[in-house]
Design a protein around this ligand. Structure first.
Ligand SMILES: [Zn+2]
Length: 492
């Protein structure tokens, strides 16, 4: 039986602002869409945290036996500097400044994005569509919204008519904003005057003559509005209604609010059952910002080249650190907290290494089933990874007690205990065991060193020493083989 049939998950739904029992539209299947990066600069730590949260969620769904289609897009066109549809396209601007093609900008930062995510051991999504690959689909949605009378064309651009939509629907349903307030709070910016109302947002923008990224449409040669791509790609791959839509909480408004309005206008139904938003992060209790110098870039951990870090940290330690906060809480980075996580990570990994040397007894003295239930309860409660980690450290205590012979487990319980710890540490938390890799590397270096010493001994015709090195290594299970291309070794 699939694990998900034994577990009732609860998810905090940003739409209702409460935890709800999770029921997918189709039993056993989950459709999940997460807004991906705009690839015009190096990925920042806030992005890493957001995608890590959904990596954890994706991994847990898979662990429970769900078949998940996880779609995470790449925004490679349409995201303007200002959310109010003014300013330059972020990618076109970067291309202009660096005097390269927009698609070179896209390629460079997509590769960077994937590299950073791979370093942190993220699972790739099932589909990673791009905005430029879905221009036709976006044009089709604009036509539908125009037909419904909820958008208007002006000077070759098309805008969503927010006030008209709000007559029968609720614009602000997700963010809790009242449209009356936003009317008073919206500043009129230059170049916005062609819109009927400042709240209206672009579905299609006519390209200025110097704008390189442009596509033909019934209205003008231009490009789609930023919010539209996510509606087009989520609908295409997950259907008009799907289970989960996620992103950072800064996307709630206007991006996700606009997505709801577009989908609702074109399909006449709410597109998503559960909206999930990840919280932001801080550094030493302050907002991270390049302008104040209070920031860390993902790569800074691996070089140690940052005034806020006392040393180099490996990726699994940083990943472990981030998982020690719930995705809905603010995550505060500090060197002290990272140092503490590093200790915790090694303590956990060393304990995992002991697992296979534990042997079963006739009877069990530890409450393994209760412990197992606590692990699942933590994750079933809106993916509460810090509580799961606390339970895993309870497991570390068990391992030590079992090793010392102070407690015992029968064969069945021991098997459950081993499998559960490994599944949560490696499959669900996605931690990589660098202790073994590290040790293997060091071992290889030491053997190479001994081979070199043996070669020197042979050159000096010191057969006694060269034989001693070979025989003593063999005694330890390491066999040297002399061949044409030098000496190799194998570990038995
Ligand atoms: Zn999006």
């Amino acid at each position: 039986m699939e694990l998900y049939k034994q577990h009732q998950l609860k998810i905090y739904n940003s739409l209702s602002n409460k935890k709800e029992a999770f029921e997918p539209l189709i039993e056993g299947y989950i459709g999940m869409y997460v807004c991906g990066p705009t690839v015009y600069s190096n990925v920042h730590l806030g992005n890493v945290r957001t995608f890590l949260s959904f990596d954890l969620i994706y991994r847990y769904f898979k662990h429970l036996g769900y078949k998940v289609r996880y779609v995470r897009n790449i925004t490679d066109a349409g995201h303007l500097e200002n959310d109010a549809d003014v300013g330059e396209d972020r990618i076109a601007k970067k291309a202009r400044l660096e005097q390269i093609e927009p698609m070179e900008v896209v390629q460079r930062y997509t590769v960077d994005f994937h590299n950073v995510l791979n370093t942190f051991n993220f699972l790739p999504p099932s589909i990673e569509p791009t905005a430029t690959g879905h221009i036709i689909e976006q044009i089709e949605i604009i036509k539908e919204i125009l037909e419904k009378g909820l958008a208007y064309e002006i000077n070759g651009s098309v805008y969503f008519d927010v006030l008209k939509y709000n007559e029968n629907e609720h614009y602000g349903i997700l963010s809790g904003r009242n449209i009356e307030d936003s009317i008073h709070n919206t500043r009129e910016l230059d170049g916005q005057s062609e819109k009927k109302n400042p709240q209206d947002f672009a579905l299609w923008k006519k390209a200025q003559p110097e704008h390189i990224m442009r596509w033909p449409s019934p209205w003008s040669d231009g490009f789609p509005g930023w919010h539209l791509e996510c509606t087009a790609m989520s609908t295409k791959y997950l259907g008009k209604q799907f289970d989960i839509h996620g992103g950072g909480m800064d996307l709630k408004f206007p991006h996700h609010e606009c997505e709801i309005a577009q989908a609702n206008a074109s399909n006449h139904q709410m597109p998503v059952n559960y909206w999930m938003h990840t919280n932001m992060l801080t550094l030493n209790g302050q907002k991270m910002a390049k302008s104040t110098g209070n920031y860390i870039l993902p790569n800074d951990f691996f070089t140690g080249d940052n005034k806020h870090l006392s040393k180099i940290y490996v990726a699994p330690v940083v990943r472990f650190f981030m998982l020690q906060a719930n995705y809905r809480s603010i995550l505060d980075f500090s060197d002290d907290a990272l140092l503490a996580s590093e200790k915790g990570y090694y303590r956990l990994m060393n304990a995992v290494h002991q697992l296979d040397s534990l042997s079963a007894s006739k009877s069990s003295t530890l409450p393994i089933n209760d412990w197992l239930k606590s692990c699942y309860d933590a994750m079933n409660d809106d993916f509460n990874s810090p509580i799961l980690i606390a339970n895993l450290f309870e497991g570390v205590k068990y391992i030590n007690l079992l090793k010392e012979g102070k407690e015992s487990l029968n064969a069945e319980d021991l098997e459950v205990f081993k499998t559960t710890i490994k599944a949560f540490v490696f499959d669900v938390l996605g931690l990589v065991d660098i202790i073994s890799e590290d040790t293997t590397d060091k071992l290889a270096t030491v053997i190479e060193m001994l081979i070199k010493m043996r070669n020197e001994a042979r050159e000096n015709k010191d057969w006694a020493l060269s034989d001693k090195i070979r025989d003593e290594l063999l005694e330890k299970g390491i066999q040297l083989k002399d061949g044409k291309d030098g000496t190799t070794f194998s570990v038995n």
